[in-house]
Design a binder for this molecule. Structure first.
Ligand SMILES: [Zn+2]
Length: 396
């Protein structure tokens, strides 16, 4: 039967290694699993047994690895429908939710406008939204126990608290506790960009990489790093913040108080402010500025060029320090990537040091569902206690 909802699925290192590899990479034979995890074939078989019995893994029909290659093997695969996860993104005016399966495939989505943005009102709205999502298919309600919630700002996943979210106007909110009480699910809370990075690392471009970075561009410049296969949190909860690397000490003042941060030059607001100032058109919108830049307007084009150079220089600093295997650039700002990209690439090439510059930058569009999917990915990680904090549960 279904395990108690606060109990982790796997605790033994061998079980964790086998399930994590199958989750990320799909069906593999026991021999391949043994080779990739460094376990013996006997240890793989022993680790897989309880997960097969519990319905999380199943054996595919036998296949011969090569003509005449002896006994056929049954590859092991994850049963994606064995458990479902709700992912939620809380943004300034909107709640976005998704039900994802065990391999982070999106199965249903729904949203709600947020009227009053108090934590209590959002908790009540979350309960409604989760109900709507779990009602879309009967099997969702039976097989969902984890909710992963993502918020912009300073989030402490261990305690489930939002320490500060400027966008929501929240300070020190025990969000996991509130949502566990209102939904009855076990809840993990994470910063939105970190959650997106987890999704991309486990189920996207970052699969199999030990060192990986994701940078989001748009209203803010966000980033998160994976080091040695783990999300980097830093001793003080802050690490890998590309947006607040200063790339021009004489540059504009950033919202963080420092001068010339990447974000102060390259956020959509910063680009817009620069063009308004340079053209003396105080009512320009960001879309108009993008159109002007595409039509060759020098002030608009110059602002995107400065923004692109700031982003590329910031990413190069990150790459030089940490040496990721790849960097994914995402965020709503990718809509103007055509204007930014040549300048990002040029500055990146100019500043990346030695072999680190072999790290490719790839672009990933970001439909809103992806933010909610990031929440679900964090909830999936809650099955593996060593990848994060124990989720917060309600009275259950
Ligand atoms: Zn800053």
């Amino acid at each position: 039967m279904f395990r108690h909802h606060s109990q982790p699925l796997v605790t033994a290192p061998a079980e964790t290694a086998v399930l994590a590899l199958l989750l990320a990479e799909g069906p593999l034979s026991r021999v391949e699993l043994a080779r990739r995890t460094g376990l013996s074939s006997t240890a793989v078989t022993k680790a897989a047994r309880p997960l097969i019995d519990d319905g999380y893994l199943y054996e595919l029909p036998p296949e011969r690895t090569a003509p005449g290659a002896g006994r056929p093997v049954n590859p092991l695969a994850v049963a994606p429908d064995r458990e479902f996860f709700v992912g939620l993104k809380i943004s300034a005016g909107r709640l976005l939710g998704a039900v994802c399966d065990l391999r982070a495939g999106i199965r249903a989505t729904a949203g709600r406008a947020i009227g009053t943005c108090t934590p209590e009102a959002v908790a009540a709205l979350t309960a409604e939204l989760v109900d709507e999502l779990l009602d879309t298919e009967p099997v969702f309600r039976d097989r969902t126990r984890h909710l992963g919630v993502t918020v912009n700002g300073d989030v402490d996943r261990d305690s489930g608290r939002v320490r500060h979210s400027g966008l929501l106007g929240w300070r020190d909110v025990p969000l996991a506790e509130l949502l566990a009480a209102s939904t009855g699910l076990s809840v993990t809370v994470e910063n939105d960009v970190r959650a997106l990075t987890v999704a991309e690392h486990w189920f996207g471009e970052g699969i199999g990489t030990g060192y990986f970075a994701l940078v989001t561009i748009g209203a803010g410049i966000g980033s998160a790093l994976v080091v040695n296969g783990r999300l980097l949190r830093g001793a003080y909860g802050v690490a890998g913040e590309v947006g607040h690397i200063s790339v021009d000490p004489t540059g504009p003042r950033c919202c963080c108080g420092a001068l010339g941060c990447v974000e102060a030059i390259a956020s959509t607001d910063a680009i817009l402010a620069a063009v308004r100032r340079d053209t003396a058109y105080a009512h320009l919108t960001f879309d108009e500025v993008a159109t002007m830049a595409r039509a060759g307007h020098p002030a608009a084009g110059g602002a995107f060029a400065r923004a692109g150079r700031a982003i590329g220089t910031g990413i190069a600093a990150l790459v030089n320090l940490v040496g990721p295997e790849r960097v994914v650039v995402s965020g709503e700002g990718v809509d103007t990537y055509d204007l930014l990209s040549p300048h990002i690439q040029e500055a990146y090439a100019a500043h990346a040091f030695g072999a680190a510059s072999r790290c490719p930058l790839s672009l990933r569009p970001l439909p809103w569902e992806e933010w909610a999917r990031g929440g679900a990915a964090v909830a999936i990680q809650a099955l593996f206690p060593q990848y994060g904090a124990t989720p917060t549960t309600g009275a259950g």
